[in-house]
Design a protein around this ligand. Structure first.
Ligand code: PMT
Length: 402
């Protein structure tokens, strides 16, 4: 009974794989879970609410406006009740609606207000799964912390053979169990993450910046939160949606980032610095837009503080400090030099020359460099997976584990 007393909200959307959901409900109940089922209108064309009501021994929720004995406001009540949400099957249409923040039925409305972790089992024909828009939606939702129960290859509803078949109910139930078993290894920890670029203004119109999208730092914040940590995310300007449940401190310049980081740092157990921080700022910020017409423009730049080195100096015995090193040559040597100079416990090296590493992409290729001379190179993987490797290192090196 590995799910004993766990509150699992099962959201079913309208794909042929909905026929497997009665088995999924039984598998979850068999493990001791409490299950509430929410169905979209299309889902009810594949399997009846009555079947799921009998199996789950509970009313099945289908209507945003229908009165409920259990929850006075049904979408709010369900969103707060869930400890984990399982979306199975998650159709292309459901993923598109969720990725775009639509709230046009009970399931999508409750998902907007729900901070519980989400495990989603995509299910659709292979060409729909591979469509660039579906892929964009999957990536956007992954950025919000959605975890995928991967679609399998096999015979599809059309008779074609390909990828897109929903995982079997037992495999989905096993992933829910895994989530609860391994999920909260950072519980009780406080983690500070920096992300994105810092921008240094030249005048009210122009600034000096860099290409950081924030994806690496946001992935770290999302995964740390999902694994049970309290997370502060100090972020320069990005186009990303902050992960739910994380305390965002939005900044623009290096000096603002320094002030925000130094205010939070004394209370955290680990600081992970993924931001691409501007090392220089203009000596003067022109109060009005700089005009052309006087020949070349010479801008004097003054050095910004090294935020990480300041944290290294202030580090307490119980704290872990993890820096990044973004290099284009002599990566390992430079990472080792930064590790020492900034008094870091780990430096995560990424080399911008490698395809699939560094700025803006959804993947990274990193080497974990530690003070004992170790250098563990990881293969190319998603930034969320890289985040998990870094957090695994934190779990293995936090004071209780040392
Ligand atoms: O945001 P993405 O598009 O996902 O891209 C991810 C990333 C490439 C930005 C990220 O993986 C990364 O490498 N971040 C660190 C970028 C950087 O500034 O590296 P650096 O080698 O210049 O700095 C070393 C460390 O010192 C970093 O942890 C940095 O945050 C910190 N630093 C740097 C300068 C400064 N003035 N203060 C600092 O604290």
């Amino acid at each position: 009974m590995n799910l004993s007393g766990k509150r699992v909200l099962l959201g079913i959307s309208g794909g042929i794989a909905a026929y497997k959901t009665p088995h999924l409900v039984r598998a979850l109940l068999k493990q001791g879970a409490e299950v509430r089922v929410v169905m979209t209108a299309a889902a009810q064309r594949f399997v009846t609410p009555y079947t799921l009501e009998v199996l789950s021994r509970r009313p099945v929720y289908t209507d945003l406006f229908a009165p409920s004995e259990e929850f006075p406001v049904v979408h709010v009540g369900l969103a707060q009740w869930a400890e984990v949400v399982v979306l199975a099957p998650a159709t292309a249409h459901l993923l598109a609606r969720l990725a775009n923040g639509l709230a046009d039925d009970l399931l999508t409305t409750l998902m907007l207000g729900c901070t519980a972790p989400v495990l989603a089992a995509p299910s659709m024909e292979e060409h729909m799964l591979e469509h660039p828009l579906t892929q964009e939606h999957l990536q956007r939702l992954a950025g919000l912390g959605y975890q995928w129960i991967e679609a399998e290859a096999g015979e599809l509803a059309s008779g074609a053979v390909g990828r897109g078949r929903m995982a079997e109910p037992e495999a989905i139930a096993a992933q829910v169990e895994q989530h609860f078993a391994a999920g909260l290894d950072l519980a009780g920890m406080k983690v500070l993450v920096t992300a994105g670029p810092t921008l240094e203004d030249l005048d009210p119109v122009r600034f000096i910046g860099n290409r950081s999208s924030g994806k690496m730092g946001y992935a770290l914040a999302a995964r740390a939160h999902r694994r049970g940590a309290r997370v502060w995310l100090v972020s320069g300007p990005t186009a990303l949606t902050p992960p739910a449940g994380v305390e965002l401190v939005a900044v623009r310049s290096t000096l603002q980032m320094q002030a925000a980081v130094e205010a939070v740092y004394p209370q955290v157990d680990a600081a992970i610095l993924a931001a691409a921080v501007a090392d220089y700022r203009p000596a003067q910020v022109a109060p009005q837009k700089l005009k052309r017409g006087t020949g070349n423009l010479v801008v004097e730049l003054v050095e910004n503080p090294d935020i990480s080195a300041g944290l290294g100096r202030a580090k307490q015995a119980h704290q872990l400090l993890i820096g990044f090193a973004m290099e284009t040559e002599d990566g390992l040597a430079r990472a080792r030099e930064k590790l020492q100079r900034k008094n870091c416990d780990l430096v995560v090296l990424n080399d911008l020359r490698e395809e699939g590493a560094g700025f803006a992409v959804d993947t990274n290729i990193v080497t974990l460099v530690d003070p004992r001379g170790g250098a563990q190179r990881l293969p190319k993987m998603s930034k969320h997976q890289v985040a998990d490797h870094i957090l695994d290192w934190v779990v293995g090196h936090r004071p209780a584990a040392r």
